[in-house]
Write a protein of this length. Structure first.
Length: 731
């Protein structure tokens, strides 16, 4: 029977639990006029004036006939094969006319606009209360429409199409574009009744409802003034400026980030380069959290004015960086002469700190964003790992060898033993799943000074070799670390080991909700109904169940608690909500297998394999399920498919060899099992299986050697011992 190995997906103050609409609760306790930014401006005019011109103030707004008129003058554009025309109707209302291939022309009336620079996206209310972000965006600078996905084709019915859940404003955008937003999702009816106090990011979103303080009284409710605490203010910034999973619906200014969000670590090669450079749209805080600047104590407010969002000092003359890096210096920063350091002239772009250490990546076709990891540019890593480097990004007319030559002359001696370079190499090997990387990852953890990197390195080790003895030992040491990111990574590693249950139960009282939730995930089958931990965990599960990933997490919890059919029903719904993701049919396959429905499980695994044609393990799972269902021909076909995708998949060779032996094709079985052992010589099963086939071929000397190899790997491996005794007892 297939083992149901359902992974803990990305998932993680007061222990009594969080009310479902805490944001709405405190907002409802104040008169509306006290919550508006205009109410604050009377006493804080300078701050309010700076804010009025900020992107925060215009992060979301109603349609404005004066502002939006030019965009709707009949211009046309297209996204793939879908054509769009942007017009005004007879009443002067803006209309988006959409002509999908082979379908009727649809007309949508946008009601809100998201963002202001360098693009505007229009929101359409497709159902009452459900707002969707159209795939076409308006560039107010160039005065033209363009598809935000570029040449990527997205079709109606897909999760990522503009009408799908991946582009749902209520779930994906509003929390960071509105003030005092409450999603208010009804899972049974699948409808939203979202609320907010102000469009855009207003004063109370960052300061809380401070009504009453103008008379010298403390602010009402739970909200406190954190304006004098840059560290806590930075966590308020991070709530929106990070790629993260929401753990609750209720972050408020002053709260700890780790009580409400799971930060996306650089452990996925689709999101980050091995050296920590941003790849996909991960926003800012993740890279900054891993930077030496954050570790040294730098906060957002050291560089950014909070109300305007503008830099406090210019970047063109390096003033923003030199506030720390020239005498007298701050935060123990090394003192740097930019011209001597960069080997570029003072008027050259190459002499600007940000061009080398904060390179820009453009997202949504028009939106360049700087990397806040403060990465050391290194052409050598480009040569070895394919990561981009600032030198060739700027000098596009020059070769990599040209950049390497200058780099070696200027920085070669310094970079020869660079920790940054070694870490990137180790992370790249971890991305590739190389088994020999574990020791190197653990060695880096021991000397790594940046807590976020310690968490990431441990998470990578756990991805490569779950329940590895040395990883479990490291996790036990790290579970008491001060940083909740590290403690959470340790908990997730220990979750793979049943013997770690006492340690996991102990952290159900951890100060950080992120850590508590990870422990609750591992213990979800045994969390008592009604317990504090179960109530907090259920609140977390409920927060994202309007998305297929969140629905899948609910299903995983039900599965862990033995509610198999309920789990299967929810995963089937997740498959409908996101029909292109292989994760959901793969999980469905494991659940169906656990129910004793191997043929249905195999079909689900095959669906996952079709959706991910480059992934071998989905086809391998289908092969095992077909074997369990007694469909040996189909099992062999899927084993062949798995090996076509990955010739190094030792387990597939092993299972193919067993099947061939079972059907009396012993010569073929010998070849397949020999390949399995060659690829994975530390697996005693492979050598032993080969021994049995060789014996059936009457090649006894080779059979004895194969059985002895199994015992060399595991001296206590009983099948090989019994085999050798049987061979020796023959007359």
């Amino acid at each position: 029977m297939l083992v149901a190995c359902l992974a803990i997906l990305a998932g993680g103050c007061k222990r009594s639990g969080v009310p479902q609409s805490r944001v709405a609760e405190w907002a409802a306790s104040f008169p509306q006029e006290q919550l508006s930014s205009d109410a604050c401006a009377g006493c804080h005019e300078a701050a309010a004036e700076a804010w009025r011109h900020s992107q925060h103030a215009h992060a979301n707004r109603p349609m404005d006939p004066a502002m939006d008129a030019f965009a709707f003058t009949g211009q046309g554009s297209s996204a793939g094969e879908t054509g769009y025309t942007f017009i005004e109707d007879a009443t002067g209302a803006a209309v988006i006319r959409e002509a999908r291939p082979g379908g009727p022309v649809l007309e949508h009336k946008p009601s809100m606009v998201i963002a202001c620079d360098p693009l505007w996206q229009y929101l359409v209310e497709l159902e009452p209360g459900r707002f969707q972000v159209n795939e076409m965006a308006w560039d107010p600078g160039r005065r033209e429409w363009f598809p935000v996905f570029g040449s990527e084709e997205r079709n109606a019915g897909e999760w990522g199409h503009w009408t799908g859940r991946g582009m749902n404003w209520n779930s994906m955008c509003a929390r960071c574009h509105m003030t005092a937003y409450a999603k208010n999702y009804d899972a049974d009816a699948d409808v939203y009744s979202s609320q907010w106090t102000e469009q855009g990011i207003g004063c109370v979103q960052c300061h809380g409802a401070m009504a009453g303080h103008e008379s010298g009284e403390p602010s009402r409710g739970e909200i406190e003034n954190i304006s004098g605490d840059p560290g806590r203010m930075m966590q308020t910034c991070a709530a929106c400026h990070s790629r993260a999973e929401h753990l609750t619906p209720s972050f408020q200014p002053g709260d700890a980030y780790a009580d409400h969000y799971r930060l996306q670590l650089p452990v996925d090669p689709r999101l980050y380069h091995p050296d920590g450079q941003i790849l996909d749209e991960v926003f800012v805080f993740g890279s900054f959290r891993h930077s030496p600047m954050h570790a040294a104590g730098v906060t957002c407010l050291d560089c950014h004015e909070p109300h305007s969002g503008a830099l406090r000092l210019p970047q063109e003359n390096n003033a923003i960086c030199m506030q720390c890096h020239e005498a007298p210096g701050r935060l123990n920063a090394p003192l740097i002469n930019p011209t001597a350091h960069s080997f570029h002239g003072s008027d050259s772009p190459g002499n600007r700190c940000v061009e080398c250490h904060m390179v820009e990546t453009t997202y949504m076709q028009r939106d360049p964003r700087r990397d806040h990891g403060f990465i050391i540019p290194d052409p050598q890593l480009t040569k070895e790992l394919g990561v981009p480097n600032a030198c060739n990004r700027c000098h596009t007319d020059q070769s990599l060898d040209w950049a390497l030559g200058h780099y070696e002359k200027w920085f070669g001696a310094k970079m020869a033993d660079s920790r940054h370079r070694e870490r990137a190499r180790v992370v790249a090997d971890a991305f590739d799943g190389k088994p020999d990387v574990i020791g190197r990852l653990l060695a880096l953890i021991e000397t790594e000074k940046v807590p976020a990197w310690r968490a990431s390195l441990l998470a990578l080790a756990d991805q490569v070799a779950p329940a590895h003895t040395e990883i479990l030992a490291a996790a036990k040491d790290l579970i008491g670390e001060g940083d909740p990111l590290v403690r959470a990574a340790a908990v997730r590693a220990l979750a793979n080991n049943p013997a770690s249950r006492p340690a996991l139960e102990a952290v159900l009282d951890d100060p950080a909700r992120l850590v508590r939730l990870d422990a609750a995930w591992a213990l979800s089958p045994v969390l008592p109904d009604g317990s504090v931990a179960r109530r907090e965990f259920d609140l977390y599960l409920n927060e994202t169940r309007d998305q297929p990933g969140g629905l899948y997490r609910v299903a995983q919890d039900l599965f862990n608690r033995g509610k198999l059919q309920e789990a299967v029903d929810l995963v089937r719904k997740a498959v409908k909500w996101d029909p292109l993701s292989p994760v959901f049919p793969d999980g469905l396959g494991f659940m169906l297998s656990a129910q004793g429905r191997p043929a249905e499980a195999a079909q689900a695994f095959e669906q996952a394999a079709k959706l991910a044609p480059g992934e071998a393990h989905f086809a391998f799972n289908a092969a095992l399920a077909w074997s369990e269902a007694g469909e040996m021909a189909r099992s062999e076909s899927m084993l062949g498919e798995a090996l076509r995708r990955d010739r190094t998949l030792a387990r597939a060779w092993y299972n193919l060899g067993l099947l061939q032996a079972q059907t009396q094709r012993l010569v073929e079985a010998r070849t397949s099992l020999g390949e399995a052992e060659r690829l994975s010589p530390r697996e005693p099963d492979f050598a032993y299986a080969l021994a049995t086939v060789l014996a059936r071929l009457d090649r006894m000397p080779e059979a004895r050697l194969a059985a002895e190899r199994a015992l060399q790997v595991d001296p206590n491996y009983k099948p090989a011992r019994d085999f050798l005794r049987a061979v020796e007892s023959r007359p």
